[in-house]
Design a protein around this ligand. Structure first.
Ligand code: RB5
Length: 145
């Protein structure tokens, strides 16, 4: 199960991502917005809560630039959110950072690219090994601050 959410800027892109990945068998919990203007931190917290509780294995967040969603999501303990706009970074943030939330900008990317990046994100596994040590160091920073 994938948690997904957007603010008013990302409604069309969110629909496109849900449609494209549903066709490939993925299921979604959509935390809004359906179109009404809203504040991106509220949606970020709702989506990330489903990830940290274990109800959803990953999250996808869309706002105008993806930046506000990334900032908000990365305030939440246990969330490693990556702003994704190219396939290499999207693949490697899964392989090396074990990112559990991806953020995208609806005003910076086309829907076709967003769907492709979302598929890479949800189908690429974590490499583990030396990268786990680095993630643990990131968690230590979280615990100290
Ligand atoms: C909303 O207009 C816009 O500020 C928001 O979608 C996002 O880009 C913030 O980072």
């Amino acid at each position: 199960m994938i948690a997904i959410g957007c603010d008013h800027a990302g409604v069309e892109m969110k629909k496109a991502v849900i449609e494209a990945l549903s066709e490939k068998g993925f299921e979604f919990k959509d935390m809004g917005t359906d179109g009404e203007p809203c504040d991106y931190p509220v949606i970020a917290e709702a989506v990330c809560g489903l990830v940290t509780s274990g109800e959803c294995e990953k999250g996808i967040l869309i706002c105008g630039t993806g930046i506000g969603m990334s900032i908000a999501a990365n305030k939440i303990n246990g969330i490693r959110a990556a702003l994704c706009s190219d396939s290499f970074s999207t693949k490697f943030t899964r392989l090396h950072n074990d990112s559990n939330v991806m953020c995208m900008g609806a005003r910076t990317l086309g829907c076709g690219l967003a769907c492709e990046l979302a598929e890479i994100f949800v189908t690429t596994g974590f490499e583990g090994g030396r990268h786990q040590r680095r993630i643990d160091l990131v968690s230590d920073i979280e615990a100290r601050n």
